[in-house]
Ligand binder design. Structure first.
Ligand code: AMP
Ligand code: ZN
Length: 473
């Protein structure tokens, strides 16, 4: 299996630190609001990476944090006149709801930064003892960036370039030895949450949180560290500097970064009015469609979100779901007679689609090509599934589609949402029975009335040799 490693800027063969196991740390969201569809991309992408490893038989230890102390959380708490803890608790709960809707599996551990302060104080103390960090007079602790010789190895930035970028910036009120040094611990300001420490009453910097949580739950060295590409610099560069200086070991073997999601080809921002939360999308689409949409493009390619592209993802997913429903319908009337020789040959043929799917996933998780392989399988299934096939044959095709879609984490059963004015499955089937009876009695007026009535509620009927089928539009 090949993974593109941001660290080496190459696709590399994946070799785990420990056979049969994968340890993964994925930087999670800062919880001060409902998550937006950009935040959803790393969640879906790296959940799919995890599912593929598990499909291959690896045991995956998947850790993803919630950043629950931060300037934005404190600002929101002050605006609403509640505590920072109340804000973060509320939005962690909402985030977990969205994750469930997108079929993102809960992590093995979801650590919270505020519960790991002791570990942060320990790591900062180690860094001070080793000469990699120092306390400034105001109680701030800084990391001494130049003390880590490999600084810049992830982002490809070198110290000289970074220094020239800082030359003109006169930072006032900061007591750093060097403009490149970054904060590990900052003293509290009035009204902010704080913890006791040997340096000041205050709170940790953002970068140290992830170094400490990865160490505690996964160890000094991990297989994969992941997040969106905006985290490469400075967040992940700083995590490497902290962890490798403190632990004396390589922090993460592979670094994976997803490209950004844009809306109508522009950066998503509140001021442009193109900012969507996952909850906004849920009002219009099943989140299963959002997941399928995200996986229709390779994770390292920029992804553009638009109505047309979501509609096209919905139509594509409908094609797959309709094929599954068709197979289930055919199975109801199919004979239980064991596979015929012709069916065995056909199933071998179907195996080529799984091979294509796996080849795509083995090549740096190319879900775009994996989805194409599923479409090919569905097209093949639609041609080869017939009423005279054995139940076993039909079931094996159905399981094949379900199995591949399950690796992608996309559901193939249609959610029967009973929305206002909407119809339950049992209602629709009752109408279809009534229409059948009307036609038998040559009451075509009533039969047409039922067709139109269902159409008005978004249900399309299709009369086939095997009977009347329906689908939602
Ligand atoms: P944040 O809460 O801003 O730290 O973001 C949480 C995660 O979402 C990080 O991995 C970010 O890189 C990622 N992220 C934020 N915005 C986007 C976007 N527009 N597209 C893709 N990933 C994003
Ligand atoms: Zn992080």
């Amino acid at each position: 299996m090949k993974i593109y490693n941001t660290l080496s800027r190459k696709k590399e063969e994946f070799v785990p630190l420990e056979e049969g196991k994968v340890s993964m740390y994925v930087c999670g969201p800062t919880v001060y609001n409902l998550i937006h569809i950009g935040n959803a991309r790393p969640m879906i992408v790296f959940d799919t990476v995890r599912r593929y490893f598990e499909h291959k038989g690896y045991s995956v230890n998947y850790v993803s944090n919630f950043t629950d102390v931060d300037d934005k959380i404190i600002k929101k708490a002050n605006e609403e006149g509640v505590s920072a803890r109340e804000i973060s608790t509320k939005y962690i709960k909402e985030c977990k709801k969205d994750m469930e809707g997108m079929n993102v599996m809960p992590a093995t551990t979801h650590p919270l930064a505020t519960r790991e302060i002791d570990g942060m104080i320990d790591m900062i103390s180690t860094l001070i003892d080793k000469g990699n960090a120092y306390r400034a007079d105001d109680g701030t602790v800084y990391f001494r960036t130049k003390s880590f010789k490999e600084y810049g190895k992830l982002s490809g930035k070198n110290i000289e370039d970074l220094e020239s970028g800082h030359r003109d910036i006169k930072v006032t009120g900061e007591l750093k030895e060097d403009p490149l040094d970054f904060v590990l611990w900052k003293p509290k300001k009035e009204g902010e949450p704080f913890w006791e420490s040997p340096w000041s009453e205050g709170r940790p910097g953002w970068h140290i949180e992830c170094s400490v949580m990865a160490k505690k739950y996964l160890g000094d060295s991990i297989d994969i560290h992941a997040g969106g590409e905006d985290l490469i610099f400075p967040h992940h560069e700083n995590e490497i500097a902290q962890s490798e200086s403190a632990n004396g070991k390589i922090f993460s073997k592979y670094w994976m970064h997803n490209a950004f999601l844009k809306v109508d080809n522009e950066k998503m921002s509140k001021s442009l009015g193109n900012f969507f939360t996952v909850r906004d999308i849920e009002g219009h689409y099943d989140l299963n469609v959002l997941r399928f949409f995200m996986l229709s493009v390779h994770y390292r390619s920029p992804l553009n979100f638009s109505d047309e592209l979501m509609e096209s993802a919905k139509r594509g997913l409908d094609r797959i779901i309709n094929a599954c429903e068709n197979l289930k319908d055919l199975m109801e009337g199919a004979a239980e007679k064991g596979l015929t020789d012709d069916e065995k040959i056909k199933l071998d043929e179907a195996g080529t689609f799984r091979a294509k799917f796996e080849t795509a996933m083995e090549d740096d998780f190319n879900t775009a090509d994996a989805v194409s392989a599923v479409f090919e399988l569905v097209k093949w299934a639609n041609t080869n599934a017939r009423l005279d096939r054995s139940k076993e044959f039909l079931n094996m095709i159905l399981m094949e589609i379900n199995d591949l879609m399950d690796i992608l984490g996309v559901k193939t059963d249609r959610e029967e949402k009973s929305h206002e004015g909407g119809l339950e499955k049992s209602d629709i089937e009752a109408f279809i029975e009534e229409r059948k009876a009307a036609k038998k009695e040559k009451n075509f007026q009533r039969a047409d009335e039922i067709r139109d009535l269902l159409k008005a509620k978004g249900i399309i009927l299709e009369d086939t040799r095997e009977g009347t089928k329906w689908k939602r539009i």
